[in-house]
Design a protein around this ligand. Structure first.
Ligand code: 3PG
Length: 305
C-alpha cells in the first residue's frame, strides 16, 4: 500500500522520519508532499495513494475523486472540519483523526497567549498577572482539560462548560461547572475557546456573548477562527475599550482590528497551536500507526464517518 503524507504546513523532520519508518517497517511505501500551494498538486499526488495523512489540509470532494485507490485518510490532529466526510463516505474511504495527540501543545499556547496579553504583548507598559483571576473554558475536551490543569497550577480559578460532559465529570477534573456559555462569559476574566468548527458553532461567538465579559477581560481563541462572528467582535471591541482578544489564527479582518485596537488584539499569522516537535511526533506517528493497524487488522477505532 502507498501512504502519502500531504501537508501544506510540514511536520517537523523528526516526525516525518518516524512516520516513514512505521510505514516502511509494515511493508508499505511512503510518499511525501510538503508545502504545496495549489490543490492540483495534491490531486496529482493522491492519484495512486492508498492512504493519506494530512493536517489542516482541505480534503475536498475533488481530492476524493482524484484518489481512486484511497482507502483511508487520517487527519493528524483533532479538528476535522477540513475533511469532507460525506465525500469520504461516498467514495468508501474511512476517515479518522488522532484525538488528544497534539492537545498539550495547543493548551500551552492558550496559556502563553493569556500571559502575553496580560503583559501588553511584551511592551514596556505595566501589565497584570493571571494568578487569582478566573478562567472560563468553553468546551472541556482534551485541550480544555489541559488548559484548566495548567491554569490551576498558575493559581487561577477555573470554570468550564461543555454540552457533552456532565457537571460531575468537569468537577472531578478540577474545574467548576457552569450552567451555560452565557454564564461562563459573564463570570470570567479570561475565556479560552475549545469548541470545534461545526455548522452549529460557526459564527456563534459574537457581540452579545463577548459583551457579557467583565471589565478588563480577555478572550483567547486557539480553536478555529470560524467560530467567531468577526463583525460582532469588532463591534464589541469598539464599545468596550477594556476588552482584549488573542487568537490562533488571524481573522479575515485582522488588519482593521489591529489598526483600530492596537495591543488589545493579537493574532498568529499561521495556525501554530500544534506547531511543536512533540505534537508533530505524537499526532504524525499516531496517524501512521492507525493506518498500519487499519490495513493489518481492520481497526477503525478513530473512525469519523
Ligand atoms: C487540530 O485541530 O488538531 C489543531 O488545530 C492543529 O492543526 P494543524 O495540524 O493544522 O496545526
Amino acid at each position: 500500500m502507498k501512504v502519502l503524507v500531504a501537508t501544506q504546513k510540514p511536520f517537523a523532520p523528526v516526525a516525518v522520519k518516524g512516520i516513514q519508518e512505521i510505514v516502511e517497517k509494515a511493508g508499505h511505501s511512503f510518499a511525501l508532499l510538503e508545502k504545496y500551494e495549489q490543490e492540483s498538486e495534491l490531486l496529482a499526488a493522491v492519484a495512486d495513494a492508498d492512504a493519506l495523512i494530512v493536517r489542516s489540509d482541505k480534503v475536498t470532494p475533488a481530492v476524493f475523486d482524484a484518489a481512486r485507490q484511497l482507502k483511508i485518510v487520517v487527519r493528524a490532529g483533532a479538528g476535522y472540519d477540513n475533511l469532507d466526510l460525506p465525500a469520504a463516505t461516498a467514495h468508501g474511504v474511512v476517515a479518522m483523526n488522532t484525538p488528544g495527540q497534539n492537545a498539550n501543545a495547543v493548551a500551552e499556547l492558550a496559556i502563553a497567549m493569556m500571559i502575553y496579553m496580560c503583559r501588553c504583548q511584551f511592551t514596556p507598559a505595566t501589565g497584570s498577572e493571571v494568578q487569582g483571576k478566573t478562567l472560563g473554558i468553553q468546551a472541556f475536551g482534551n485541550v480544555g482539560r489541559l488548559v484548566g490543569q495548567k491554569a490551576a497550577a498558575l493559581g487561577m480559578k477555573v470554570k468550564a462548560v461543555d454540552p457533552f460532559i456532565p457537571a460531575d465529570a468537569i468537577r472531578a477534573a478540577g474545574a467548576e461547572p457552569v450552567a451555560s456559555v452565557e454564564e461562563l462569559y459573564a463570570g470570567c476574566d479570561f475565556v479560552s475557546i475549545h469548541i470545534p468548527a461545526t455548522p452549529q458553532t460557526v459564527g456563534s461567538i459574537g457581540r452579545d456573548l463577548i459583551a457579557r465579559m467583565p471589565k478588563g477581560a480577555t478572550l483567547v481563541n486557539t480553536a478555529r477562527k470560524e467560530v467567531i462572528d468577526e463583525a460582532g467582535l469588532d463591534a464589541v471591541l469598539e464599545e468596550r475599550p477594556d476588552l482584549k482578544y488573542a487568537t490562533d489564527v488571524a481573522p479575515d479582518n485582522i488588519e482593521a482590528l489591529k489598526e483600530k485596537y492596537g495591543l488589545r488584539v493579537f493574532a498568529t499569522p499561521k495556525k501554530m497551536g500544534a506547531q511543536t516537535k512533540e505534537a508533530n511526533v505524537n499526532a504524525g506517528l499516531a496517524a501512521a500507526r492507525q493506518i498500519v493497524d487499519f490495513f493489518a487488522t481492520g481497526n477503525t477505532k478513530f473512525k469519523l464517518n
